[in-house]
Each structure stands twice: as structure tokens, then as C-alpha cells.
Ligand binder design. Structure first.
Ligand SMILES: Nc1ncnc2c1ncn2[C@@H]1O[C@H](COP(=O)(O)OP(=O)(O)OP(=O)(O)O)[C@@H](O)[C@H]1O
Ligand code: SF4
Ligand SMILES: [Mg+2]
Length: 296
């Protein structure tokens, strides 16, 4: 295992606003438990607000957990675990040339010196299919797809083991999305990478992931091998998300706070226990886990 999360949880406290004197607590993630195997792509699937970006920031240590932990079997985590952000337009400094953007991590981490810097930059651009001439240009001279290639080049320049990709193709056109997804797959093989790949898009996760973690309102509801989850979704929410059942969702904020199952108010299979007790995760078949009192 490259990393394991143990009861990983994050609360945000929103200080009183202009309209209200009360502090609000947002339980963005609660008791997240999974592992990332070496050479594997873990797809994290969830709707908006389910806690995906919070998870990415916790894994990359951009924020600290409120409870729980991430245990790494990797040295030098800050260099070895890199994040690719959703928006390549805001993740690259518009005032820096591509050369300055790409050479910075090489120099900070002592991965290049003045003699081999040029050849390292060239090799890096080759890996992401960008032309050497782009080095003297600025980010806003490039398309969204090209910028994402530059962001990927910057991340792999640090010779990471894990890339945490937060919706890296969501802002791109469909044809460009496919090329970037294929680039991720090629780099994984060439560089021996592993990915935590976040998306709200089922087709993207279905294409790229080996294993899947499904989030609902800050909690994990199901996880396991992709084929098992897609062929045989066990959690009532997963079945709705994957389209095997239709349902009109009630958005119930209170679900986050009550002590039972967070999906209670929307669930057709709920029973009394579901309101009283949060379901523990159980392994239903090898490599397939679900958090539900009444799985299918
Ligand atoms: N800095 C913050 N302060 C307060 N609340 C936050 C903060 N960041 C996220 N949240 C809240 O935490 C919850 C999870 O947010 P998060 O951004 O992790 O979700 P997400 O799954 O990435 O959503 P999206 O698909 O829209 O990107 C949401 O309710 C969000 O409003
Ligand atoms: S624990 Fe109960 S309410 Fe929650 S998803 Fe399962 S059946 Fe539905
Ligand atoms: Mg997000």
C-alpha cells in the first residue's frame, strides 16, 4: 500500500457572517477509510459538495484533518504526492514563462543542475507532448488542454509516486478530455505512478479507474474494484448515481448531522435501525465494501 486513510475527517467552521452571529460547522468529510495500492488508479466519484476536493487537499497535506489520519508508505511526502487541479487557468502563474514554471521544482528539489537543466526540461516536455518552443511563452498563450499538460509536466518533474487529480478534465472539451485521460494512462505506465482520480463524471471514472470510492455528503458509501461496483452496485445511493434506479433527491442538510445513516431521508430501503445507527462498512464479497444496514 502507498497510503491508507484511517477515519479521515474534516470539519470546516464558518465564522459568523454579516447576516448571522452564529458559527456554522460543515462536516465536509467523516470517517473516510481506504487504501491506495501501488500502480493502481483509485477513482473517487461523488456529486458536488460530497467532499472530493477536501479529500484531495487532505491527502496532499494542503489542509490538516480534524480527526483521523493519512498513513503514507512513501518517503518525502510533500514531493512524492502531487496534485493536479481542476482549473489549469488558475493553477499556473500567468506572469511566469513556462520555463520558469517548470524549472522551479527541479531547482527547489535539487533534481537538476545548471548543466542538465535544459535537457531535463526538454525530456519533460516530450513526456507530455509539448513542443520545446513553448518554454519562452506564458500560460495565457495556451489552450486549456495545453495548460493542463503544463500542469502535469510540473507535477511529474518532481518525480512523484502519487498524483492526486481533482477533476483534471472537467473544464476541457470532450475531444481534449480523451487525450488528457490517455496521457494520464501512458504516464502511469512510463513513470510507475499511482493516482487518486477525482471526478463527478461516471464515464471518466469508468474509463480510467481500477478501484472506486463513492462519496455521498461527506461519507463513503461504497468502495471496491471498479468492475464489481459497476456491475453490482450494492448501496442504494450508488444504484441511483450509476443510473440503475431513478429517484428525485431531497437535499436534506440535516442528514449530515443526525446520528444514523446520512442517506436516511432519501432511502427507499430504510428501516428503524438506519435512523439510530450509522452503518459500519462491511466486505460483502472480496474487494467490495459497502456502508449500509440493508445492502442489496
Ligand atoms: N474552505 C471551506 N470552508 C467552509 N466550507 C467548505 C470549505 N471548503 C469546502 N467546504 C464545504 O465542504 C463541503 C465539501 O466541499 P468540497 O469542495 O470538498 O466538495 P466537492 O465534492 O469537491 O464539490 P465539487 O464537485 O463542487 O467540487 C461542501 O459543503 C463545501 O461547501
Ligand atoms: S443504512 Fe439504511 S438508510 Fe442508509 S442506505 Fe442503507 S438501507 Fe438506506
Ligand atoms: Mg471539488
Amino acid at each position: 500500500m502507498l497510503l491508507i486513510t484511517k477515519n479521515l475527517s474534516k470539519q470546516y467552521i464558518i465564522e459568523k457572517s454579516f447576516f448571522s452571529n452564529k458559527k456554522t460547522v460543515v462536516m465536509a468529510l467523516e470517517n473516510i477509510n481506504f487504501e491506495l495500492k501501488e500502480g493502481s488508479i483509485l477513482g473517487v466519484l461523488g456529486e458536488t459538495g460530497s467532499g472530493k476536493t477536501t479529500l484531495a487537499k487532505l491527502i496532499t497535506k494542503l489542509i490538516e484533518p480534524t480527526n483521523g489520519e493519512v498513513i503514507f508508505d512513501i518517503s518525502d511526502v510533500r514531493r512524492s504526492v502531487q496534485m493536479i487541479f481542476q482549473n489549469p487557468f488558475s493553477s499556473l502563474n500567468p506572469r511566469m514563462t513556462i520555463k520558469s514554471i517548470l524549472k522551479e521544482p527541479f531547482l527547489i528539489h535539487h533534481l537538476a543542475n545548471s548543466r542538465n537543466l535544459e535537457s531535463k526540461l526538454k525530456a519533460l516536455l516530450d513526456k507530455v507532448n509539448l513542443n520545446y518552443e513553448c518554454l519562452e511563452r506564458y500560460p495565457d498563450e495556451f489552450s486549456g488542454g495545453q495548460r493542463q499538460r503544463i500542469a502535469i509536466a510540473r507535477a511529474i518533474s518532481m518525480e512523484p509516486k502519487v498524483l492526486v487529480c481533482d477533476e483534471p478534465t472537467a473544464s476541457l472539451d470532450l475531444s481534449v478530455q480523451a487525450k488528457i485521460l490517455n496521457l494520464f494512462l501512458r504516464l502511469k505506465e512510463e513513470l510507475g505512478l499511482s493516482y487518486i482520480f477525482i471526478s463527478h463524471n461516471i464515464e471518466v471514472i469508468s474509463f480510467i479507474a481500477d478501484e472506486v470510492l463513492i462519496l455521498y455528503e461527506g461519507g463513503q458509501v461504497e468502495r471496491g474494484l471498479k468492475d464489481k461496483i459497476f456491475k453490482n452496485p450494492l448501496h442504494p445511493y450508488t444504484r441511483i448515481l450509476l443510473g440503475s434506479e431513478s429517484y428525485e433527491f431531497k437535499k436534506v442538510q440535516a442528514e449530515k448531522d443526525h446520528k444514523g445513516c446520512r442517506f436516511y431521508c432519501n432511502c427507499k430501503l430504510r428501516t428503524n435501525i438506519c435512523q439510530q445507527l450509522a452503518p459500519q462498512e462491511i466486505e460483502i464479497e472480496k474487494g467490495h465494501y459497502v456502508s449500509c444496514h440493508n445492502p442489496k
